[in-house]
Design a protein around this ligand. Structure first.
Ligand code: BGC
Length: 255
């Protein structure tokens, strides 16, 4: 077990990459606070997930774009487990819309969850880590689009580019506290965010032409990099982005 008794908050943990990370971290011995957006059946999903883990884990409700929710999530985690060692900033949304048609509301929603959410979760988590001492890990699930453009997805790209710069800044500011800050940049992963593409044969074929590895990635393949970054072996790793994209970022379509 590589994360024995590490207390880990995973945001947006009821599906996709977040769920895979929460599941893998628990299998590695971590106590997981399984965050879910408090809408409809999410609470049941999060509670069932936490209960299914071999380690003592909990479900924590909260919208990462709301400071009060985030501070309560961290408080509930610390009340239960006594500390917080790792925060995985995973919660993310995208709203695809041509730039000329995008609305303020859509912009604020995407930036609110992806960028402000990462800011406020990082701040609440880092304040706790500094107060308790002993360092910590902040991990961000950004995207290949922290660097490469994605037409019709401007707010999303801006949010992920913002997460990249925030992480690099925090890597410096939080180094004296021994808090490692790193991004994981997934490419096309088979998760609900890509369901429409996966369900459309032509869109899927087009997507695959962009991926040298010739297939979509699996959420578990992102989780295994997160395990490395969260573990003691990554002690000297900070301020970096790890791509998990089957070579997508290296592919340049010339013609
Ligand atoms: C986006 C997906 C996209 C992938 C590769 C991800 O960040 O959420 O919609 O397929 O990047 O382009």
């Amino acid at each position: 077990m590589r994360l024995k008794d590490k207390v880990t908050l995973v945001t947006g943990a009821t599906s996709g990459i977040g769920k895979a990370i929460a599941t893998r971290f628990a299998a590695e011995g971590a106590h997981v606070a399984v965050n879910y957006l408090p809408v409809k059946q999410n609470a049941e999903v999060a509670e069932a997930l936490a209960k299914s883990f071999a380690t003592d884990s909990i479900a924590v409700a909260g919208d990462v774009s709301k400071r009060a929710d985030v501070e309560r999530m961290v408080r509930e985690t610390v009340e239960r487990f006594g500390r917080l060692d790792i925060a995985i900033n995973n919660a993310g949304i995208e709203i695809k819309k041509p730039f000329l048609e995008a609305t303020d509301d859509e912009w604020h929603k995407v930036i609110g969850v992806n960028l402000y959410g990462s800011f406020v979760v990082s701040q609440a988590a880092a304040r706790q880590m500094v107060a308790q001492g002993g360092g910590g890990k902040l991990i961000y699930i950004s995207s290949v689009h922290e660097d490469i453009p994605f037409p019709d997805n401007t707010a999303y790209c801006a949010s992920k580019g913002g997460v990249r710069m925030m992480m690099r800044n925090l890597a410096i500011e939080l180094a004296p506290h021994r808090i490692n800050c790193n991004n994981i940049a997934p490419g096309a992963i088979a998760t609900p965010i890509n369901q429409a593409v996966l369900d459309d044969a032509e869109a899927k074929r087009n997507a695959l032409t962009e991926i040298p590895w010739g297939r979509f990635g699996l959420p578990e393949e992102v989780a295994s990099v997160a395990v490395f970054l969260a573990g003691d072996e990554a002690e000297y790793v900070t301020g970096s982005t790890y791509y998990v994209d089957g070579g997508l970022t290296q592919q340049v379509t010339l013609y």
